[in-house]
Design a protein around this ligand. Structure first.
Ligand code: UT7
Length: 328
């Protein structure tokens, strides 16, 4: 019997502090109206507590996940953490999450594919289930974007927020779970969306800090043009590949970068916005957090056997889509 990797639980965590458009108006030369119409964002969450990082967001989601499924953390075989804001350069945030969650029998690693990280990690993890190698895998997508955002740069600070989520993957023999994926990357896109300093090419110096090079740098319009085409193409491609017609799709669960990109993707798929999970207005772009947060918040809408398409686009460039048949 064919084994597929089913999502058997999903939970999310977003920090309490709400950064509104009105507050941003006092920080940079912007307006609530501009942010709403260009992005669809009304507010985002910020992890304010000193000494807390991405693992603290993730572990809240993982703890809830374990509780919800009624399992012991000791049963987790592997934890993959998709993030661009690891607690530190090394060790991997996955190791820190496992330690904080008491997942003492798990091994783990981080995966960096910017905003597509969660879908890359989901597909990677599903292979360990399909091959029968492991029984329980946690896939985390989480970011503390506020740690790499320049709150003097109106091009980026209005977009991003902090948050994350986690899914549990387990074997399924009913044909539900992660069924297919179309994943892509194009490293020549790196020039348009990156963090200039802090890596091996340009380690931190007094100058890199003074030049504000430890923050997200984004050429918004260029990224928008690629994102709007590529995310829609990948979502349409997975439908063709799996002979899915618009009426076969229960929901599109897209990366939340810009409402206009999400609308273009839905249009390309031939589905109405009533079939699209959107929460960008509340959280902005949480990078690796967007899709698991959407899944967690919308899970009450999903029925067993529902066809979901997940789609993302991010720095790298990276992009893709995943076909998931909901399992519960
Ligand atoms: O998640 C990873 C992938 N990232 C994305 O998918 C993001 C893709 N890009 C976008 O979502 C959009 O490009 C942005 C939301 C970032 C920007 O929207 P845009 O419609 O592309 O605006 P723009 O950058 O072309 O700027 C239009 C104008 C400019 O002024 P001028 O040159 O027309 O006078 C900007 O200086 O808006 C100005 N502007 C702002 N005005 C008020 C830029 N940022 C702001 C701001 N408030 N926050």
């Amino acid at each position: 019997m064919k084994i597929t990797a089913a999502i058997t639980a999903v939970e999310a965590y977003t920090p309490e502090y709400i950064l509104t458009n009105q507050e941003l108006e006092k920080m940079v030369d912007t307006s609530d109206e501009w942010i709403r119409t260009r992005t669809g964002i009304l507010e985002r969450r910020i992890l304010k507590e000193k000494g807390q990082g991405t693992s603290d967001i993730a572990v809240q989601a993982v703890n809830k996940l374990i509780q919800k499924r009624g399992i012991s953390p000791l049963e987790i075989d592997l934890l993959i953490c998709a993030t661009v804001t690891p607690d530190m350069q090394f060790p991997a945030t996955a190791n820190i999450i496992c330690d904080k969650a008491g997942a003492k029998n798990a091994w783990g690693y981080d995966l960096n594919a910017a905003c597509s990280g969660f879908i890359y990690a989901l597909v990677t993890a599903s292979k360990f289930i399909e091959t029968g190698t492991y029984q329980k895998i946690v896939v985390v997508g989480a970011d503390k974007m506020s740690s790499i955002i320049d709150y003097q740069d109106r091009n980026t600070c209005i977009i991003f927020g902090d948050g994350g989520g986690a899914v549990l993957l387990e074997a399924n023999t009913e044909g539900n779970g992660v069924l297919d994926a179309c994943l892509y990357s194009d490293g020549s896109g790196r020039h348009h969306l990156h963090q200039k300093a802090g890596g091996s090419v340009k380690p931190a110096t007094v100058e890199t800090v003074q030049n504000r090079e430890h923050y997200v740098y984004q050429e918004g319009q260029t990224v928008f043009k690629f994102a709007v085409v590529k995310m829609a193409e990948a979502a349409a491609e997975i439908m063709v590949k799996n002979q899915l017609k618009p009426e076969d799709i229960a929901y599109l669960v897209p990366h939340q970068a810009n409402l206009r990109i999400i609308q273009a993707t839905a249009e390309r798929m031939g589905i109405g916005m009533d079939k699209v999970i959107v929460n960008i207005q509340k959280y902005g772009n949480t990078t690796n957090g967007t899709i698991p947060i959407c899944l967690a918040e919308a899970q009450h809408l999903f029925k067993k056997g529902d066809n979901l398409v997940l789609a993302a686009f991010g720095g790298g460039f990276t992009w893709g889509s995943v076909y998931v048949k909901w399992a519960y």
